[in-house]
Design a protein around this ligand. Structure first.
Ligand code: KIV
Ligand code: ZN
Length: 525
């Protein structure tokens, strides 16, 4: 960390809000809390924790994060109306540093077709919403949605109103990922000219990646004067996603000598945060993804390998250790005790005590019996898996799967229901996993359909932990779930049950959310 204060760029993380709007992602409060704690460890400046009016689940998660996560500003999103602003405030008010982020579209396409309103009404709503938010807190952000396709002079008028009413951050989104870097920078320069008061607030970028330009546009915004960038881990978000946090942060860090901008992020936490978000959301990271893809620091060709062996910088512009890729260091084995495990977990940032430590120790011992060396990556996967166990979720009590080449596989399962009762079911299938999932459906009487299934290994080696991620569909809702075990079938069962729990928990909520949106004629941003 370096540089002068005027060149510091604030990192506004929207993984839990815009990122969570990606299709199929449905995180529960516990999962969101774990991600939020990790974002605080990563050192982001602001966490946009959710959209509290959207559902009781969203509200509860934002409130829990506001109460339990210390360090960053905790922000709640609200459309420009008083119910949304009230809900956002009620969810974040217990935070040490609460922020309300309110928005309304300024493009004619949105005003006419979606809001079915007028420019005058938009000005009125923006004015009232910012004033209302300011009656609760001094930290208010305003965004003119779809501004990159809007009439610039009208957007400027709305921004002036927001600033007059007390907005302290002005964020101008490229909502549909349409802009080009020069154009986005030019838009900002024009806005600074038309609204001189922008010099007295923090200005912010929020760029979507529909044309693959989200990071380039965000950087163009920074060069034009913005000192906050909105972004998400692994670039998740609506459609093609948001600017990827790790790319923005490393661009600012690696090329700081050229541009002078810097952030307060602890880059050594990047790889871990990326793994956690991928694990929790079920969104795999593409192997060649910049910074966090598994090949981002791999050298395949002989010439490159030869160069790197002689001198790392021949083919690497950053050291893998700077982004925390080399965290496979802690090694425990079957003789390691509870104390060693607690220390190792502490080193990884997990404070595990009491019953949680007992459970973690039990799973660690089971793993250490099967796997010679238990590494940091294994521990991280196990603890995240364990933290997701909840008495209000379905649990895998036992299973048997018979598979041979001669006949259809048969699976039998015992599933623990949230009340504690164990129900049993059996079914055949095209393969053992198919039979297993059908047996779960039979036991619970639910007709969920599997949409996607992925297996990966947490580390190398034949004894590696397997990690399974499923996406299923249940009554028109998609939900994801993940599970970890040295036994792929067990990991599959855990993943399927978690996805089912999420889908069922979401169904009535989805209904309520639908009514709110219908009433407002406005879909989620
Ligand atoms: O993309 C967008 O316009 C948004 C706003 C709510 C900031 O996500
Ligand atoms: Zn967005």
């Amino acid at each position: 960390m370096s540089g002068n204060e005027q060149d510091r760029v604030r990192i506004f993380d929207t993984t839990l809000r815009d990122g969570e709007q990606s299709p199929g992602i449905s995180l529960n409060t516990q999962e969101k809390l774990e991600i939020a704690h990790q974002l605080a460890r990563l050192g982001v400046d602001i966490i946009e924790a959710g959209f509290p009016i959207a559902s009781p689940g969203d509200f509860e998660a934002v409130q829990a994060i506001a109460r339990e996560v210390h360090g960053p500003v905790i922000c709640g999103l609200a459309r420009a109306n008083s119910q949304d602003v009230d809900a956002a405030w009620n969810a974040i008010k217990d935070s040490e540093r609460p922020r309300i982020h309110t928005f309304i579209s300024t493009s004619d396409i949105h005003i006419e077709h979606q809001l079915q309103s007028t420019r005058e009404d938009v000005k009125g709503q923006a004015r009232a919403a910012v004033a209302h938010a300011r009656s609760y807190t001094e930290d208010v952000e305003f965004s003119p949605m779809d501004a990159t396709r809007a009439d610039l002079e009208f957007t400027a008028e709305v921004l002036q109103i927001a600033i007059d009413e007390g907005a302290t951050t002005i964020n101008v989104p490229d909502t549909v990922g349409y802009s080009m870097p020069d154009e986005y920078a030019h838009m900002w320069r024009e806005l600074y000219r038309l609204v001189p008061d922008l010099a007295n607030v923090t200005t912010s970028t929020h760029c979507h990646d529909d044309l693959g330009l989200a990071v380039a546009n965000s950087f163009a915004g920074v060069t034009a004067g913005c000192r906050q960038v909105e972004c998400a881990i692994n670039g998740i978000g609506e459609r093609a996603g948001n600017a990827s946090l790790e790319e923005v942060v490393m661009l600012l860090r690696v090329r700081e000598p050229a541009h002078g901008f810097w952030t307060g992020v602890d880059t050594r936490e990047i790889a871990r945060t990326s793994r956690l978000v991928s694990r929790m959301t079920g969104y795999q990271v593409q192997p060649n993804k910049a910074i966090v893809g598994r090949n981002a620091f791999a050298h395949e060709s002989g010439i490159h390998q030869d160069g790197v062996l002689k001198e790392r910088t021949t083919y690497e512009i950053m050291d893998a250790a700077t982004v925390g890729v080399e965290t496979n260091s802690i090694v425990l084995g079957k003789h390691s005790g509870r104390h060693a495990l607690r220390n190792a977990l502490e080193e990884l940032g997990f404070q595990v005590e009491g019953q949680a430590l007992n459970t973690a120790f039990k799973r660690f011992k089971e793993l250490a019996d099967k796997k010679k060396k238990v590494t940091a990556l294994d521990l991280e996967a196990l603890v995240s898996d364990e933290m997701r166990e909840s008495p209000s979720a379905y649990g895998l009590e036992w299973f048997e799967v018979e598979a041979s080449s001669g006949r259809a596989p048969l699976a039998k399962v015992g599933i623990r229901e949230p009340g504690g009762d164990v129900v049993e079911g059996q079914f055949t299938g095209d393969g053992p996993v198919d039979a297993f999932f059908s047996a779960i459906n039979a036991a619970l009487g639910h007709e969920a359909k599997l949409r996607e299934y992925h297996v990966s290994a947490v580390t190398g080696g034949r004894d590696a932990l397997g990690e399974v991620s499923v996406i299923l569909e249940y009554h028109g809702r998609t939900a994801t779930g993940q599970g970890v075990s040295t036994d792929i079938l067990e990991a599959s069962g855990r993943a399927y049950l978690r996805a089912l729990t999420n889908a069922i928990a979401d169904s009535p909520v989805a209904e309520a959310e639908h009514h709110v949106r219908e009433a407002e004629h406005t879909p989620t941003p």
